[in-house]
Ligand binder design. Structure first.
Ligand SMILES: [Zn+2]
Length: 155
């Protein structure tokens, strides 16, 4: 899923657990659980040569990161109760699986080939069933709204 959705789940987990270690582990687990949900971005840049695909991923990644930072920044700015180490670590945990995958894709860091393959496989967990990018936007928006609503209700 997009980093924005992962980060929103991270904020919620940090808020709900209040414990740095639970938050970190919960954030990491949440990433893989969310990636199990068919969400349409598995084919981003597919069918293009490697360099072109990386450029597509980079463009989406920059836009997604900007949106994610705006959302997390806004949440923390307007809700001082969220300014806790647990929230920071849960967001970190929720984002790190994609950061590791990106470092493999872009910098070919050694030893990450298997990790990246597993991370990709998760997106096709349901016997290869996936949805289109457009349908994915709807699914991801629903998850984002659910997480943001839960954060507001807690806060
Ligand atoms: Zn991921």
């Amino acid at each position: 899923m997009f980093l924005t959705v992962h980060a929103a789940s991270g904020v919620l987990i940090g808020q709900a657990t209040g414990n740095v270690w639970l938050a970190l582990i919960g954030g990491i687990i949440s990433h893989f659980l969310l990636d199990l949900v068919p969400h349409g971005d598995q084919d981003l840049g597919k069918g293009r040569i490697h360099q072109e695909r990386l450029m597509v991923l980079l463009k989406f990644g920059i836009a997604d990161t900007a949106l994610m930072l705006t959302m997390v920044g806004g949440l923390l700015y307007f809700n001082t109760g969220l300014q806790t180490p647990a929230v920071v670590l849960a967001v970190f945990g929720a984002l790190i699986p994609d950061a590791i995958n990106a470092s493999y894709l872009f910098f070919k860091l050694p030893g990450l080939t298997q990790y990246s393959a597993i991370h990709t496989k998760i997106h096709f967990f349901w016997n290869g069933f996936t949805i289109t990018m457009r349908q994915g936007y709807i699914v991801q928006t629903i998850f984002l709204m659910l997480f943001l609503s839960a954060i507001m209700l807690y806060g």
